[in-house]
Design a protein around this ligand. Structure first.
Ligand code: ADP
Ligand code: MG
Length: 358
């Protein structure tokens, strides 16, 4: 046993993964194309043209969701969708899923059935089959999903591959899932203070709450790319927040980048939530997680191939020595910190607040 006790929050989520990775790094194999470090691992099949991608993401009660605010059916859907998102982020099609559930005594058979109806709906939506899993008792509801997907080797897109001059693009809009989380947390507080008679009017917040509770993987986007012959050079899904994901793309691609804050697409409903809390909506868009949109490096000559309504250009890749910068709406250019959601920070939700992450 090691005698040193390093608290995990000293190294953080990514620091811990790095330390653990060094222990298993030499366990490689000639068929392995990408191990730890991208949205999903990639390995070759015997026919050499097809590859499989595989990814695991967990959703834990009290960390990723609060059962008071999360319908079981939505939770089942989300558990599949967030894993499909990592498969999509390799430009691959999801095929099979397994699911492990740790179930506390307060959860009934009927509640688990509702959860599985959500799982089923997501499987139907994304065209994958649930093929197994594991079931155990637990103190809180724990869900871990693994999804296997498939692609042709030449179609796989990694986090590496962006080049200076490529356009930094994003699908959909950002910050909405975080806005939804803020509203849900506010409602939870109101419910606790005012008791069960409290009748919230959530109608104005329907969009942002849906983005938080029922996120969609953007399988439609990568299918559209295939139809149009579009092939970004680098790709990641936005699970931890835009700033964090831009840093991942830049580090893996050995590039810098500039993000134009005023170009980031933000829904009107998200702006209204930021106004409601008297907060800056750019912070939601840059640092809020769980939108599961796709962030990609597009060679400028492919711009005309894309459906202009399906994405926004929000910046540009630069040489590595330029670092990662953001141009504020006022025009100042400042370093963009890689902040986003990370586990093991203080206030990361493990003390009881639900919070955002994949
Ligand atoms: P994402 O947000 O796309 O799910 P993560 O930030 O969770 O990615 O993980 C980054 C990389 O680290 C991925 O390749 C993931 O498979 C790997 N990883 C995360 N946790 C572990 C772990 N405990 N052991 C091995 N690999 C891990
Ligand atoms: Mg990812």
């Amino acid at each position: 046993m090691s005698e040193t006790f390093t608290p995990i929050n000293e190294v953080g989520e990514f620091g811990l993964i790095d330390r653990l990775q060094t222990i298993v790094a030499d366990l490689s194999d000639p068929d392995l194309i990408m191990g730890i470090g991208d949205d999903a691992a990639v390995y070759r099949l015997p026919d050499e043209e097809t590859v499989h991608v595989i990814t695991t993401d967990a959703l834990l009660e009290g960390v990723h969701f609060d059962r008071l605010m999360t319908p079981m059916e939505h939770l089942g859907y989300k558990a599949i969708a967030v894993n499909v998102s990592d498969v999509v982020a390799m430009n691959a099609e999801p095929r099979y899923a397994t699911i492990a559930v740790g179930i506390p005594a307060k959860i009934s058979v009927e509640m688990m059935e509702a959860f599985y109806r959500g799982v089923r709906r997501a499987c139907e939506k994304y065209g994958l089959v649930l093929v197994g899993g594991d079931t155990t008792a637990a103190h809180t509801l724990c869900i871990s999903v693994t999804v296997v997907g498939e692609a042709r080797m030449e179609d796989v897109i990694f986090r590496r591959g962006a080049r200076p001059g490529d356009l930094l693009c994003v699908s959909g809009d950002l910050g909405a899932a975080y806005a939804g989380l803020k509203i849900l947390l506010e409602q939870r507080r109101a419910l606790k203070e005012k008791g069960a008679d409290y009748q919230p009017d959530l109608e104005p917040y329907r969009y942002v709450i849906q983005r938080q509770l029922l996120p969609e993987a953007r399988l439609d986007v990568i299918r559209d790319w295939r139809d149009r012959g579009v092939r970004p050079r680098a790709l990641i899904d936005v699970s931890d927040g835009l700033a964090s994901e831009v840093h991942h793309l830049c580090r893996h691609s050995n590039c810098g980048a500039i993000v134009y804050a005023s170009a980031i697409p933000v829904a009107l409903e998200t702006r209204e939530v930021a106004d409601h809390f008297a907060e800056d909506v750019d912070t939601y868009a840059l640092f809020g997680g769980e939108d599961y949109e796709l962030l990609f490096a597009l060679p400028p000559e492919q711009l005309e191939l894309l459906d202009p309504t399906s994405f926004n250009v929000i910046g540009e890749f630069l040489p590595a020595d330029q670092g990662v910068q953001v141009q504020t709406p006022e025009g100042a250019i400042i370093p963009l910190e890689p902040a986003g959601y990370q586990h093991f920070r203080s206030g990361d939700g493990t003390e009881g607040e639900a919070s955002a992450d994949s």
